[in-house]
Write a protein of this length. Structure first.
Length: 234
């Protein structure tokens, strides 16, 4: 499918994987809406140059999501693609997780995905076309100790996406889930470029994979794809 001219909103677009996804879509000549909590999202907009809109948005706040989607529709008239990429998480024993960290993990990873999807879906259904890609995690299919709230949130994303796909695919909207393993980004306090590529994926690779998912022929749907580095040991 030729994506040129379509409108895509990417959450968590200020750095890391979200930034790379936004840049990959811009290279395909899509019009991109960059959404993130950080003002750094405006620097990414400067990298892209034209046909871009940057909005500060916390996906865990419904009013933020509604405002950002309204701004995107006002600017571009439609939203064809949504990439739910924003995510947070910590790695430590469950009893050391604060209640605020638990709330933030569920609110951003799961409820944020649901909020964004709920706001963009009406315009997609009205036009009879849309694509939603949810960046989950391989931990959305298998468990790892010391990440219980994060694992719960990603299991939720996988379930939500699978259910919604079967609800809307007959109306022209496909909902796809990517469950990557370790990605060399800022996640969980990391620094992009610091992880060994023998056991982590590069964000550029994952971003290009998202584009390939979106470019599949319109009559096909890739429900879910999982990918991880060969050296990842869990």
């Amino acid at each position: 499918m030729n994506l040129e001219g379509q409108v895509a909103i990417v959450t968590g677009a200020s750095r890391g994987l979200g930034r790379h996804i936004a840049l990959a879509l811009a290279r395909k000549r899509l019009r991109v809406v960059l959404a993130a909590r950080s003002d750094e999202v405006h620097r990414v907009a400067e990298e892209i140059g034209s046909d871009v809109l940057a909005v500060t948005m916390n996906v865990a706040r419904r009013e933020d999501v509604e405002r950002a989607v309204a701004a995107a529709l006002e600017r571009f008239g439609r939203i064809d693609i949504a990439v739910n990429n924003a995510g947070v998480g910590w790695y430590k024993p469950f009893e050391e997780w604060s209640l605020d960290e638990i709330d933030q993990t569920i609110d951003v990873n799961l409820k944020g995905t649901i909020y964004v999807t709920r706001c963009v879906l009406p315009s997609m259904l009205a036009s009879g076309y849309g694509q939603i890609v949810n960046i989950a995690s391989d931990l959305g299919r298998r468990v790892l100790p010391k990440m219980a709230p994060y694992v719960a949130s990603k299991f939720g994303v996988v379930g939500f996406a699978g259910s919604l796909l079967r609800e809307v695919k007959g109306r022209g909207v496909r909902v796809m889930t990517l469950t990557p393993g370790i990605v060399d980004t800022y996640f969980a306090g990391g620094t992009e470029g610091s992880r060994d590529q023998a056991w982590s994926l590069t964000p550029q690779f994952v971003a290009d994979l998202v584009v390939q998912m979106l470019e599949m022929p319109r009559g096909w749907v890739l429900d879910e794809i999982s990918v991880h580095a060969l050296g990842q040991d869990f």
